[in-house]
Design a protein around this ligand. Structure first.
Ligand code: NAI
Length: 333
């Protein structure tokens, strides 16, 4: 199979080449997949795409026209793919359903600990010879209540780690995870969770139901001074409402690994340029906001598993006409 790999960073190429071991013809491109770059997939049977590639209806139609028959996602999330268009054009979509939920869960905990104990500020202070503690006051995690929105693979591990800290865990999820029930997690509705949690962390996928699940109304129901963390997908939070919550003081601190308009920012070095997104630039002005650029997945173990599963999907498609881990087509109607 010939596969055009979009949004390739050097680390993607290293891990994919090693997993491929010469089996398929991989063409690595740095640019994102968009309506303007889709033509570069000409001659390929498959494209390999990441989270900020555009797989909307127009791009899918163009890929189909070029003869592409498989989209091999290097991600678990598939909210950026128009699955209806893929089904209509007979393009199969494969994904990596689990590569290392530990990577993302541990990054979530890193954000919580850093924000709480203000390590991002302490690091800079100490390097400047400032050993004063004013402004670095945190709280004990022990005894605090954490609300987890979405207790799948990642949310379940977040729950387990925080249970070790002595936190009480509330959760909301249409499906109760037996693993979490065994840990003593109490399932409740979103309102109750928001009203009782000292920390709210988002671990659900982005779907039409979860888009802006955290909006101005939801923020108004949170405990004053709440910490809000999001390592799932940016658009589960309404960023304008988040900023308003920070300005009013309802929200005490925010940790984000994802941002709803991240496609034009993340994974690129913009340090010699400037940030055109005024909303994002405003977020960065708050000392109690910590943003990382979608690095939750970025561990050796996760990159190894992503590459292996992506190549398994491609090999299975070449052999049987279907990836090992297909993204199901949406129900008709
Ligand atoms: P998962 O599918 O195992 O779990 C998601 C859970 O969310 C499920 O239990 C589901 O029932 C629940 N859910 C769905 N709708 C909900 C709603 N309205 N309210 C509450 N819960 C709801 O997925 P996993 O592996 O835990 O990943 C979760 C998300 O994390 C992914 O969809 C992806 O968007 C994001 N992610 C972020 C990464 C990063 O680098 N920051 C890397 C990998 C995933």
């Amino acid at each position: 199979m010939r596969v055009t790999v979009f949004s390739t960073k050097p680390y993607d190429e290293d891990y994919l080449r090693s997993a491929n071991d010469g089996a398929h013809d991989l063409v690595f491109l740095e640019m994102r997949l968009t309506a303007d770059t889709a033509a570069l997939a000409r001659g390929s049977d498959a494209v390999c795409a990441f989270v900020n590639d555009d797989l909307g209806a127009d791009v899918i139609a163009e890929l189909a026209r070029l003869g592409v028959r498989l989209v091999a996602l290097r991600s678990a999330g598939f909210n950026h793919v128009d699955l209806g268009a893929a089904a209509e054009h007979g393009i199969a979509v494969g994904r990596v359903p689990a590569y290392s939920p530990h990577a993302v869960a541990e990054h979530t905990i890193a954000l919580i600990l850093t924000l709480n104990r203000k390590l991002h500020r302490a690091y800079n202070r100490v390097r400047e010879g400032n050993f004063a503690l004013d402004g670095l006051l945190g709280f004990d995690l022990h005894g605090k209540t954490v609300g987890i929105v979405g207790t799948g693979q990642i949310g379940g591990i977040v729950a387990r780690i925080l249970t070790g800290f002595g936190c009480t865990i509330l959760a909301t999820d249409p499906d109760r995870n037996p693993y979490c029930l065994n840990l003593g997690v109490r399932y409740t509705d979103l309102d109750d969770l928001l009203g009782h949690s000292d920390i709210v962390t988002m671990q659900c996928p982005l779907t039409p139901q979860t888009r802006h699940l955290i909006d101005a109304d939801a923020i108004a129901r949170m405990k004053p001074g709440v910490m809000v963390v999001n390592t799932s997908r940016g658009a589960v939070i309404d960023t304008a409402a988040l900023i308003a919550g920070l300005k009013s003081g309802t929200i005490g601190s925010v940790g984000l690994d994802v941002y709803e308009e991240e496609a034009d920012l993340f994974f690129e070095d913009l340090s010699q340029s400037f940030i055109r997104d005024d909303v994002f630039a405003r977020l960065l002005t708050f000392p109690n906001v910590l943003v990382t650029g979608h690095q939750g997945f970025f561990t050796h173990e996760a990159l190894t598993a992503i590459a292996r599963t992506t190549l398994d999907n491609i090999a299975a498609f070449a052999r049987d006409g279907a990836p090992v881990h297909p993204v199901p087509a949406p129900a008709a109607g």
